[in-house]
Structures are given as C-alpha cells and as structure tokens.
Design a protein around this ligand. Structure first.
Ligand SMILES: [Fe+2]
Ligand SMILES: [Fe+2]
Length: 369
C-alpha cells in the first residue's frame, strides 16, 4: 500500500496501515463517538494534509493573482483560433475578423463556465464524501479538498465576472453527469466520476489554458488551480491503487461500466454541438448546421493529431484511465474508438501537467515564505 506522496514521504510510508484510503461508513453519528472509530484513522493522506498550508493561495490577494490586469476581449482572442473547432471549420468564413475574435472569446466563456460548474460539482462531491467515509483521515482529506474546491469556485466566478459577466448556462449533458456523480451512493462511483474522470479532463484543459492563453490572469489562474488539482487527482490514483483491488467482482464491474459511462458523457459534452446552443444562439447558428460544418473538419485524422500533442487534453485523460487500472479488456474496445490506448501506456509519468503544478508550488512557496 502506498502513501499519497510515496516518493517523498518514505518515513510515513513505513507506518501506513494496511487499510483502504476511503472507507465506507453507514453507521449513525453516535457510531462515530467510539474508540473504534477514532482508531480506524490511517496514514494515506499524511503527505497531502501536511502540505495544505504550503500551497495555500488566496484569489482575493493580488500577490497570487491580480484580477485588475486588463485584457480587451473585444479585440484579441484569449485562446488561439486553432483551439476553437468552429473557427477551424468553414464557419469562420461567415464571420468578420471582429466576430471571429468575439466567437473565440465567447467559446472560452462557455468552457470556463463549464469549469465553474465542475468546480461546484467537486465542492459538493467532497462535502458529500465526508458524510460517507468511516476513516477520520479520509474525512480530513475530503473536507480539505472541499475548502480548495470552494476557492476554485470563487476564483473562476471572479475571472468570468471580470471578463464577461455571469457564466453561460450549464450544458444539459454536463448538468446531468455532475448530478449523477454528486448524488451517487457509492464511494467508487464518486471517486471515479469526479477524482479520476472530471478532474483528469480538467487537468488536461487547464494545462492547455496555461500553455496557450494570451491573458496572463488566466494563465496564473490555471496554474494556481492546477497546484491544488494535482493533489486531488493523485487522491484518485491513491484510491485506484489501494481501494479498487478490494472491490467485490460486482462492484468492480460496476466501477468499469461507470467509468465508461462518465467518459462517454464527457466526450459528448465536449464534442456534441447540441451542448453549446447557448453559445451559438448569439451568432444565429442552428445546432444542426454547426454539426455539419464541424463534422466536415473534425475527421478521425484531426482527432488523432490532437492526441499526438504531449499536452493534449485527451492524452492526459487517457493516461489517467490507464494508470488507474479501470480500463479492462472488457471495456477497452469502447475507449479505443476515441483514443489510441497502446501509444499511451508508456507515457512518461513526469508529465506536462505535473511540471506546471510543480512550478506553481514553487511560486506559491515564494509568496508564502
Ligand atoms: Fe477544483
Ligand atoms: Fe479538484
């Protein structure tokens, strides 16, 4: 059994109990007032809980992030046109140069609104997990994560408000997925849905924002959030390593199917134009019309090209799935329709997102010292 920071916490690793990291609890509050309950605390999260204060940042403090730095969203795209599928298709020819910039930034508005809703989901998921867990160290970990997710909700709200105003409406598929994950009644469904799938996808997109955004405020926001998310994402890996092998055969099958279901729902949310009607309405575009235009551009070849980029969002998500061990021979063919799993299995674990988070941690340490 490995500790959260197994490479840097060798002392803690040696004292780890042979327990699951996230233990289910279905007793009453009264049952939490016993010696047995308190004795059930493990050491899985020793490293991450101790690191909490070292990587604290405050979205209201300009030393960490300065929201007063201006960016003219009417004149310049925050993200390059090449990251906007609609502008890679013939649809671009229907827009003036100014409209192209507006669409690129409106598209980012849609994406970041999704980030905000995802953060809200992660916050409520963490809170609900605290109620379900039976090991005190696990409870301490998830309430700490809740605190960090609340910080992300505040930071994304502030950024969206500063550049555009209120967030765009939540996409229907994403709303449904977040609701199903948050309201799941098993720990494995909550962990797979949020910590592994949603957080994995978010890490990929935030790495893309960090590497490509022209707005320094967004670059800093992505980096700061990634410093926290990398711990959350690792907690998902910890679960996969310590707890997944303990599931019954029926639970294991449910975990694999659920992972696939969440993956397909996320892909649908990302790629299906029906989820972006709030974005298209302003330009008078019918969803079916957009679908046809994008389909002509977004070929299998283009998808594989995206995947080949080291910081490609789906590459990161695919690697996460493989490393978590929840892709099995039974479900592998479905993933393979989207992703080249064979080429990802040997990816360097010292990845792009880890490097961004590490630099973020150094930045925060220099402010917090
Ligand atoms: Fe978050
Ligand atoms: Fe998170």
């Amino acid at each position: 059994m490995k500790n959260f920071e197994d490479t840097r916490q060798s002392d803690a690793t040696q004292t780890v109990k042979n327990d699951a990291s996230f233990v289910s609890f279905d007793g009453s509050f009264d049952d939490r007032l016993t010696g047995d309950y308190f004795a059930s605390a493990g050491r899985s999260f020793t490293g991450t809980i101790a690191a909490t204060h070292r990587h604290f940042w405050n979205p209201e403090d300009s030393r960490y992030i300065d929201f007063s730095i201006p960016f003219d969203v009417e004149r310049s795209p925050i993200m390059p046109f090449s990251t906007v599928p609609e502008l890679c298709s013939d649809l671009r020819n229907e827009l003036s140069e100014r409209q192209q910039v507006a669409f690129a930034n409106d598209s980012l508005h849609w994406w970041l609104s999704g980030f905000l809703f995802g953060e809200q989901g992660a916050l409520w998921l963490s809170l609900s997990l605290a109620d379900m867990l039976g090991n005190p160290d696990g409870v301490e970990y998830v309430v700490n994560q809740a605190r960090e997710e609340a910080r992300h909700v505040a930071a994304f709200t502030r950024y969206i408000e500063t550049r555009w105003g209120p967030p765009l409406p939540v996409a229907p598929a994403f709303r449904q997925l977040l609701g199903r994950i948050v309201n799941s009644d098993t720990i494995h469904r909550k962990l797979i849905g949020m910590q592994i799938l949603v957080e994995g996808l978010a890490m990929g997109f935030m790495a893309s924002l960090y590497n490509k955004a022209a707005d320094p405020v967004l670059v800093r926001l992505a980096q700061l959030v990634m410093t926290d998310e990398t711990f959350h994402h690792k907690a998902g890996h910890l679960w996969a390593e310590n707890d997944l092998p303990r599931l019954s055969a029926a639970e294991r099958a449910d975990a694999e199917d659920w992972a696939l279901e969440c993956f397909q729902a996320l892909m649908f949310n990302v790629f299906n134009p029906s989820q972006k009607t709030a974005l298209y309405e302003k330009y008078g575009w019918d969803t079916e019309y957009v679908r046809q235009k994008i389909r002509a551009y977004y070929t299998e070849e283009v998808r594989k090209q995206e995947l080949s980029e080291q910081a490609g969002v789906f590459r990161i998500l695919a690697r996460t799935l493989i490393r978590s061990g929840i892709v099995t021979e039974r479900t592998r063919p479905v993933y393979a329709q989207w992703l080249d799993l064979d080429s990802l299995a040997e990816d360097d674990t010292n990845s792009v997102e880890a490097s961004i988070a590490r630099q973020g941690l150094e930045l925060i340490a220099s402010i917090n010292c």
